[in-house]
Design a protein around this ligand. Sequence first.
Ligand code: PMP
Length: 374
Amino acid sequence: MIYFDNASTTKISQLGLDTYNEISKNCYYNCSSLHKGGLNANKQLQQARETILNSINGQFNDTLIFCSGATEANNMAVFGLAKKGARILTSMGEHPSIYNTFKMTKNNVVDFVPLAENGQVDITKFQELINENNYDFISIMLVNNETGAINDIAKLVEIAKSKNEKTIFHSDCVQAYGKIDVLVDNLGVDAISISSHKINGPKGIGALYVKNGLHLNPITFGGGQEWGLRSGTENLPAIVSFAVVAEDKVKNIKANYEKVKHIKERIIEIFSQNNFDYKINGDVNGSPYILSISLKGVKGEVLLHKLEIDDILIGTGSACSSKSSDNRILNSMGNTKDEIMGNIRLSFGVDNTINEAELVANKIIEHCNYLRNI
Ligand code: PMP
């Protein structure tokens, strides 16, 4: 089987699985217990926290809260960092865990900045909104999960903070962490969300980073774990496994980047050599981990199922509906209804090979030729 749907989730690595099993078997204690088992568990928890903080250039006194994944981390950021009644800003390209949360906030004035054709936040529109308004909280993702477009977060932070230095800037770094540099000092952000299962770690674990000194209101209440910011018994096997996998990913970030880049480039090369009619959604220079394309005269979902018969698993960014508005992200980039219907997303991981890239590219051409002729 060829798995080209790594942006939706990844297979846990051997390292991640071994670590998960080891902690589950030998350090199953509650991190809050006062006996030696609990103390050991708590030590492992704090080590994992330090490992992740180090991997993003965080400071020892910054806050890193473990939670069930980036959906929860994003919810915590919006509900916990945006003041009641404040004006808040996000983009049309965000994951639903940000976009829908912004739509849901009852006590805020919410603005959405559109995307440019290349999938990045439209920087001119962003500047205009910043000039016109005072934002208390802004959330813009680093890498878009559908197109791989990379936002210049450092620049957006600079624009926002030059107007109001108190603006809290959060970034959803799920599709960036462990793949391209996510260094909070370089980005200039106040908070970020990350998730383990996108980088060959276990599912159901993620974290919210919050810069030292910022006040976060909790959204869960209970036993007071994670400084009372996220109550609930810590998922230690997943936390330690996440940290070990993340450390390994960050250590190998350049080599993995190059490997995946060749895979993406090889697919594009095969398309060009065959004069294949397709359109890249987003920027060719976006994340090499994601390739979003639109195919004229072909429904993305039909192609997905054709490839499935060949044991090739891919994704489609478009909802299976004829309404173009159903894909908010591609829509905001100015794609037509047909381009949205004809969209597929190939997303790569370190386990993929050039052979797989060649096979998939040729199969896509073959199926499209067939589908376009019937
Ligand atoms: N943000 C982005 C950009 C994502 O791609 C995802 C996963 N699809 C999430 C947030 C949510 O992450 P999780 O699955 O850990 O809740």
